[in-house]
Design a protein around this ligand. Structure first.
Ligand code: ASP
Ligand code: MG
Length: 595
């Protein structure tokens, strides 16, 4: 007998009729011979209302009491859902997170799951019940009620599916599935049939907003197929699994994150340990840092820029102001009206010219790029917030994301129930003994010594110049891996990119051409570099990740030439003679979470 976890979001249980409709879906799955576990969110906007209520009583309600309050939203839903199933003549039992045995840490309002016991659910299932579990909540060591952060019911559902060794986790929501971009922003967005965990991880945390990104991390870690579908319409939805929709597709989705702030630090000493001094205080304040960029400097000083969520800008400036002063640097122009546009695709890891197409499309739309970061499967640019919609549309059009890609899977759902990636429950449980369920997991620490880098300093950052450079590189068939464009606040900045060492001569021609056209630009090349990559799950949600890297490298007195980050990877470039030492140090730094 197959086991299915079905999750119904707030809009899918917004009123009694919808609860009954959801109950019928659960019963149908049961009648088809499955064991069924249902996870529900609070009805409609109930969680928002509870938060408002709390704020009417107190400006700063205690987090513990907040959780006590918010958890009631889901408790209402589970009871009503069980009653609905009873009224339709079937047996069901509702359970709170605590009753299920979902143990979390004690960070109220953003707790992480540490373990889940499956005993009670299994017993109830064996007795023929549909089990209704409250999403979004758990209990800590001392039986305090905790919640997992907004949108956390997705995480409850996928985590339960993992520990129960479910065949599928169905997420019922108010949209038809996963789109190539947020359809509320771009109506031409296309519903995808299938998307890979990795793409989704980049997209979910980038703000595509369909799912809580921690739930995707779970799905990937434990090989749970996640089926996103509309609770109101009978459409087939989208499947989130290991493979992409079409093999080799360079770009499968685009995303816009509007609420970003750009922080820029200028003229700090270019010596080991500086990044550590800047980023560890931010980590202590649990400020999530994104898009860190640093370019190799020709002088003794370096510029570093990064983004933080807009509402953390003030706290960020307060935290790093004194550090930067102590280092003898200064703050560059910071801004809270920027937006990040990203394109994602597993296939771009093997293709040339993807960046150049993206930059050219943006240049045609007259959009200037303030910062660029890349990973193997993602390119992100920072643009002026006022231009963000135009920018998103330009890239969505450029990569034809509104069309079904060639070679797309035709019926991904056929394979449901035949999950080849499923991790046996026994392994899940065993893994839990060593590592926390939601702990950071690093699955890749590697050293690449085959590349070279070119830095163009005094790069005239005007519309179209970056597009020209990468267009020329693509025309010469140069494979560009890492791209870093820093923000200096002045009309010129630094552009760095890495290429295979053997392609350096061709890349150099492009750089030289640019220097000729813009006499203020100087080219500097590092014919050999050591590029270190740390990749894994939870980088975004675990603020200590970047700090861990910076600490390990500082302790080994290794200087960073450049840095570029994405949601699931951090890349740093160091002197080639330091490469193996850096690799060794990073491996020991993350030994506990390396898989
Ligand atoms: N009810 C919670 C929220 O609104 C959890 C969820 O819906 O996933 O954030
Ligand atoms: Mg949700």
């Amino acid at each position: 007998m197959a086991l299915v976890v079905q999750k119904f979001g707030g809009t899918s249980v917004a009123d009694c009729e919808k609860i009954l409709a959801a109950a019928r879906k659960a019963i149908r799955a049961r009648q088809e011979g499955n064991s069924v576990v249902v996870v529900v969110s609070a009805m409609g906007h109930n969680t928002d209302h509870l938060i408002e209520l709390a704020h009417q009583i107190s400006e700063e309600p205690q987090a513990r009491e907040m959780d006590m309050l918010l958890a009631t939203g889901e408790q209402v839903s589970v009871a009503l859902m069980a009653m609905a199933i009873h009224s339709l003549g079937h047996s069901a039992v509702s359970l709170t997170g605590g009753q299920v045995g979902i143990r979390t840490d004690s960070s109220h309002t953003r707790a992480r799951i540490k373990s889940i016991s499956t005993e009670r659910i299994r017993q109830l299932l064996a007795a023929g019940n549909i089990v209704i579990a409250a999403g979004f909540q758990g209990i800590d060591e001392d039986y305090n009620i905790t919640t997992l952060g907004r949108g956390g019911s997705d995480t409850t559902a996928v985590a339960l599916a993992a520990v129960l060794e479910a065949d599928c986790c169905e997420i019922y929501t108010d949209v038809d599935g996963v789109y190539t971009t947020d359809p509320r922003i771009l109506p031409e967005a296309r519903l995808t049939r299938q998307v890979s965990y990795d793409e989704m991880l980049e997209l979910a945390s980038l703000g595509a907003g369909v799912m809580h990104s921690r739930s995707i991390e779970f799905g990937k870690k434990f090989g749970v197929p996640i089926h996103v579908r509309n609770s109101q319409a009978d459409v087939s939805g989208s499947l989130i699994v290991a493979e992409p929709e079409a093999p080799g597709l360079a770009v499968s989705g685009a995303a816009l994150t509007r609420d970003e702030a750009r922080i820029s630090i200028l003229d700090v000493p270019d010596v080991p340990g500086v990044c550590h001094q800047i980023f560890s205080p931010l980590d202590q304040h649990k400020i999530t840092v994104d898009m860190i960029v640093q370019s190799p400097s020709a002088s003794q000083v370096a510029d570093i820029s990064f983004t933080v969520p807009r509402h953390e800008m003030a706290a960020t400036l307060r935290t790093i102001g004194p550090v930067v002063e102590r280092l003898g640097g200064r703050m560059g122009e910071c801004s809270d009206s920027v937006a990040k546009i990203s394109v994602v695709g597993l296939g771009m890891a093997e293709q040339t010219g993807v960046a150049s197409r993206m930059f050219a499309a943006l240049a045609r739309a007259e959009i200037n790029l303030q910062m660029i970061t890349t990973s193997e499967i993602k390119i992100s640019v920072l643009v002026d917030k006022a231009q963000s919609l135009r920018a998103l549309r330009a890239v969505h059009d450029e990569f034809g994301l509104h069309q079904v890609p060639a070679g797309a899977v035709t019926d991904p759902f056929r394979t449901l129930g035949l999950n080849p990636h499923k991790v046996p429950a026994i392994d899940v449980i065993q893994r839990l003994r060593g590592v926390e369920l939601e702990g950071l997991t690093i699955d890749d620490i590697s050293l690449d010594s085959t590349q070279a880098s070119i830095t163009l300093s005094g790069f005239p950052n005007e519309v179209g110049v970056a597009a020209g450079v990468f267009g020329d590189l693509a025309a010469r068939d140069v494979f560009v891996d890492m791209i870093v464009l820093t923000w200096t606040g002045s009309p010129v900045s630094d552009l760095t990119f890495t290429v295979p060492g053997s392609q350096l001569p061709r890349a150099r021609e492009v750089g030289a051409g640019l220097c000729q056209r813009f006499p203020g630009t100087r080219m500097r090349e590092l014919p050999a570099i050591a590029k270190l990559t740390v990749g894994g799950i939870g980088l975004r949600s675990h603020t200590g990740m970047a700090t861990g890297i910076f600490t390990a490298l500082r302790d080994a007195a290794i200087n960073l030439e450049s840095i570029s980050t994405s949601e699931v990877r951090i890349n740093v470039v160091v002197d080639p003679v330091m490469g193996s030492l850096a690799l060794e140090r990073l491996k020991s730094q993350f030994a506990r979470v390396l898989r």
